[in-house]
Ligand binder design. Structure first.
Ligand code: BGC
Length: 961
């Protein structure tokens, strides 16, 4: 306990929000040297915690952003001064004390028994994120407890943190052998097996495949201390123990390249098991493994289903520890029973699900069920298993419809008020057995109130499309509830037929499901339009995270397109904690890298990644740019290292085919997407120029080549790979020189004279310093040629916004941001968009929908402008040279008629808040810097004057610029 010198307030620093491998108390990690992180909070008992994100007892490990609190409106009653002033306040509720830094830490890790596995001792270091465990080797399936204490910059020690845990996964393939019970139980060949039906799921489109159900009874002989199940599937699984669902994750084990890796999940089932008889059961679904996938037309063999395999399989190992110290394991093997007669008659990610409730078998998931008519499980070999490194897909929200209409007799159309991704839960009131209730999903309505489903690309628009259609066949006589299991849909509207009565709003809810990474960003400003745009961006983000960052969630595509997340990565990071998610997905990217080094256009890549859809500029570059963004924001050197070698291979691949350093040869792909969906792709807009928007592809590609090479050079430097550092620094310099020779005039004109060309050249720092302001002027001229409207595509829009701001064209940038005319974000949200559209002209007043073959209303790429909103309106910028928010830059730029803005970003080092108001000709700024971090603040009135601040809450005032 210390006394603060300025206020006399006493307070201590405390480590909170403990994470292991970016996750809170993870279960089942297979990292042998896990990394531990914490944030520091100043705990001030004398100050009111109201409105603060401060720790409350018993919640030390909970992320502070789990509970989002409303932000109190500011009254703007700060003292007025005519000159820029700055002071740090200490009286703000729960605000950190000033300039708190960690000087040392101590971590203690214990085994379940209490024995110490690692005591770091007092380590003099300010590192508070990703400290590598350096204790005894860690064994499979064991749980560890850990705590940390720190010393601040004055040398005062904190209390110990609350204890957090992590549980190891099964580290070696041979650990799937009932390892807990080994030596205690007899069998010697005890290895969990991949089990399922003898029959394969269909390869072609002949009606989908019934979901196998599997079960096993077993006895537990003693009272249970702890039980953990490790489980995975080829396909999707839902597990039940004694009649209850195990875990809250859905669509597990999620999508990976199943030929190379399958993820498993670990779930604590201690509370679900009972002494004596138990039943473990599972239902399997086709999922990405055996079902239909987007763009299957690209498969060389003409298959429509089963790209990875057609035998659905389950693997599980239940490890039980008894109070008396005995251990027992239950594994999947031939003693399990299975049946194809369960209620899910077909389930597919794109098609939807058919559930026949008449086939339910009451008691099938309870001990003692008569399964003698079922078949014995078949077994087959399976791929290598890995622990899932990121947050699983979960249902995070349930939406109530805002309206229900009846466009045709007997047809109910629910409006959820929000374009969302997931499925519906429907109450059905007393219908006859066999009644077929159909749910069809769509993002938009036709003028007559019926569903607009053409953009799902079903015939005649495309060969199969994504029907996103569920059926529930009633068992009859009772009130029933339907919720699907192994599919998901992108929709705002749901058409329900077959009910035989007019449903009420309470009969349906929309279950929103996505990879459940925590929310990290809360953005608010005085413009309702911009708030709406940010909300739409955030909905689009959560709508497209399903183990992979997908392009869209509705039509038959839903692929992890690399180019989209490449440009959206920084926005994604502001909005959600993407550290663990990117760790997972970047493995998929590496798994799909072509032998020659071409990164894929999408990952996982279910087709032949060596012969198609690889090596695309701006897309493949995600393999370099996304790890770099993750490094900058999370300081994760291990992730950077994991992706370094593959990144080098990418650069060498481009170089091999383009020794002149101008990227013109694209051997891995038949289609260079370029600055996708730029202004030249608009249809039927009067007075819109037909050409002039698209940046020349060689220029575009070479710009990415230079940038990725530069990032590899910088990565080499921070990773300590000296000779690589030299090689790629030189190469990047040479590519820039070639770029300038080939594409840039001595007056700073860039070939093609497009907005996009200037944006890319400036954003990637390709031009000599002297030409940059000139090129920025040309960019503005190119903008004016379009009457100040965007002609940019997905790769250059946010980059142009950022460069307009960097070169002082604030008015132009704000005009674009606040525009309500097409093409603009404002146009989308003012015309029904609750998520970001794929195309600027997805729907146009008077013209209607764009080409249904490619017209998603839930595509985040254009939403990458979220990065600009965070960096320019709020003014929060990570510092690429001091990663992990060790230091950051605050440079808010008011404009566009905004009078205030407030953003909180929960960085890996703790919450950062920026809030500004324009009050009577002054710009008033309050910022909160987390402990163990610092910032440099630039005010609008004296743009180049840095103000250095340490942790704490700081207030600035200056005349408005
Ligand atoms: C996807 C995009 C993707 C693109 C490649 C589209 O069909 O939806 O988001 O990046 O193809 O150009």
């Amino acid at each position: 306990m210390k006394t603060d010198p300025l206020t006399g307030a006493r307070g201590t620093v405390r480590p909170i929000h403990l994470r292991c491998e970016h996750l809170i108390n993870p279960l089942g990690i297979d990292v042998r040297r896990p990394r531990l992180s914490w944030t520091l909070e100043w705990d001030s008992p004398e100050l009111s915690p109201e409105g603060a994100t401060s720790h409350s007892p018993g919640q030390a490990s909970a992320p502070p952003w789990v509970i989002e609190k409303g932000t109190p409106a500011r009254n703007g009653q700060h003292p007025q001064t005519s000159i820029t002033s700055c002071h740090s306040t200490l009286g703000c509720a729960g605000a950190p004390r000033k300039n708190i830094r960690q000087s040392s830490y101590q971590i203690v890790v214990t085994h379940e028994s209490g024995a110490v596995a690692w005591d770091s001792g007092k380590v003099d270091s300010d590192t508070s994120i990703l400290v590598e465990y350096a204790g005894e080797p860690l064994a499979s399936a064991l749980r560890h407890h850990w705590k940390v204490r720190v010393w601040d910059e004055t040398g005062a020690a904190s209390d110990w943190s609350e204890t957090a845990t992590w549980t190891m996964g099964l580290l070696r393939p041979t650990d799937w052998n009932g390892c807990w019970a080994k030596g205690l139980v007899t069998p010697t060949d005890w290895t969990a097996k991949w089990i399922g039906l003898k029959t394969a799921s269909p390869a072609q489109d002949d009606g989908g495949c019934p979901s196998p159900i599997l079960r096993k009874d077993f006895a537990v002989r003693g009272s249970i201390k702890r039980a953990v199940i490790f489980v995975s599937a080829l396909g999707l699984y839902e597990l039940r123990m004694n009649g209850q669902r195990v875990g809250d994750h859905v669509l597990a084990p999620e999508w990976t390249d199943y030929r190379k890796r399958v993820q498993y999940q670990a779930i604590d089932v201690t509370q679900m098991l009972q002494e004596g008889e138990n039943a473990l059961s599972a239902t399997l679904g086709s999922g990405w493994y055996a079902g239909r996938l987007g763009l299957s037309v690209w498969s060389s063999g003409g298959e429509l289903r089963g790209f990875y395999g057609r035998h659905l399989r389950l693997i599980a190992q239940l490890d039980i520890e008894l109070e008396d110290g005995q251990k027992q394991s239950v594994i999947t093997d031939e003693t399990w029973r299975c049946s194809a007669d369960g209620p899910i008659r077909s389930a597919d990610i794109l098609d939807g699900e058919v559930y026949d409730a008449r086939r339910e078998m009451p008691g099938w998931d309870l001990p003692g069920f008569d399964d003698s008519a079922w078949q014995a499980a078949s077994t087959s070999p399976g791929p290598r298993l890995f622990a899932q490194p990121n947050e699983p897909i979960r249902i995070t929200r349930r939406l109530k419809p805002v309206a229900v209409s009846e466009p045709n007799p007997g047809v109910a159309v629910f409006d959820l008020g929000q374009n969302m991704v997931g499925w519906c839960r429907l109450n059905v009131r007393g219908r006859e057995a066999g009644t077929d209730i159909r749910l069809r999903h769509a993002e938009a309505l036709n003028p007559d109130g019926t569903l607009y489903r053409e953009n799902l690309r079903q015939p005649p628009v495309g060969p199969l499309g994504a029907p996103q259609e569920d059926h529930y066949i009633c068992k009859g006589g009772v009130d029933e509830v339907f919720e699907p299991h192994f599919t998901y849909h992108g929709f705002r509207y749901v058409e329900v037929t077959g009910l035989g009565y007019r449903p009420s709003l309470n009969d349906l809810e929309g279950c929103v499901l996505h990879s459940a990474a925590a929310n990290t960003g809360k953005f608010e400003c005085s413009s309702p339009l911009l708030n709406k745009i940010m909300t739409a961006i955030q909905w689009t983000q959560r709508g497209n995270l399903h183990g992979i960052p997908e392009d869209c969630p509705q039509r038959d595509e839903r692929l992890g397109w690399t180019g989209d997340i490449q440009v959206f990565a920084q926005t994604a990071i502001f909005n959600m904690d993407m550290a663990a998610f990117f760790t997972k997905w970047l493995r998929d990217v590496r798994d799909a890298q072509a032998d020659e080094g071409g990164f894929p256009d999408f990952a996982p890549h279910p087709f032949d990644c060596n012969t198609r859809a690889n090596g695309n500029p701006g897309w493949g570059d995600a393999g370099v740019i996304v790890p770099w963004r993750a490094y900058v924001n999370y300081g994760d050197l291990r992730l950077l290292e994991e992706n370094f070698h593959s990144g080098k291979r990418w650069i060498e691949f481009i170089l091999l085919h383009n020794p002149s350093l101008i990227w013109r040869n694209f051997p891995g792909t038949e289609w260079v997407y370029g600055d996708w969906l730029n202004g030249d792709t608009f249809v039927g807009l009067p007075d819109w120029p037909q050409t002039g928007g698209e940046v020349p592809k060689d220029l575009y590609a070479t710009a990415f080549f230079a940038y990725s090479t530069e990032l590899i050079a910088r990565s080499a430097e921070v990773l300590g790979h000296k000779s690589d550092g030299l090689r790629y620094t030189e190469l990047a310099r040479d590519i820039r020189a070639a770029f300038n020779r080939e594409f840039v005039s001595s007056e700073g004109r860039v070939k093609g004279d497009t907005q996009a060309g200037y944006a890319l050249a400036l954003h990637f720092d390709l031009l000599p310093e002297t030409l940059r302001p000139l090129a920025a002027q040309h960019m503005v001229r190119a903008l004016n040629a379009y009457q100040g409207r965007l002609s940019t595509g997905i790769q250059s829009t946010v980059r142009m916004m950022l460069e307009l701001s960097r070169y002082g064209y604030h008015e132009e940038a704000y005009a674009l941001m606040t525009s309500r005319t097409i093409p603009s974000w404002g146009y989308m949200v003012e015309h029904g968009g609750t998520t970001i559209w794929e195309r600027w002209d997805g729907w146009v007043e008077g013209r209607g929908f764009q080409n249904a073959g490619m017209n998603s209303f839930n595509h985040y790429a254009i939403g990458a402008v979220g990065e600009w909103m965070w960096k320019v309106i709020i003014g929060l910028n990570p510092d690429e040279h001091q990663p992990g928010w060790k230091h950051f830059i605050v440079r808010p730029v008011p404009g566009g008629g905004l009078t205030s803005a407030r953003g909180t970003y929960h960085s890996i080092r703790g919450p950062v808040t920026v809030e500004w108001h324009l009050v009577d000709g002054t710009f008033q700024l309050d910022i909160t810097v987390p402990c163990n971090s610092s910032a440099t603040v630039y005010l609008p009135s004296d743009g180049s004057q840095p103000h250095a601040v340490g942790s704490g809450t700081h207030h600035f005032e200056s005349p408005t610029a």
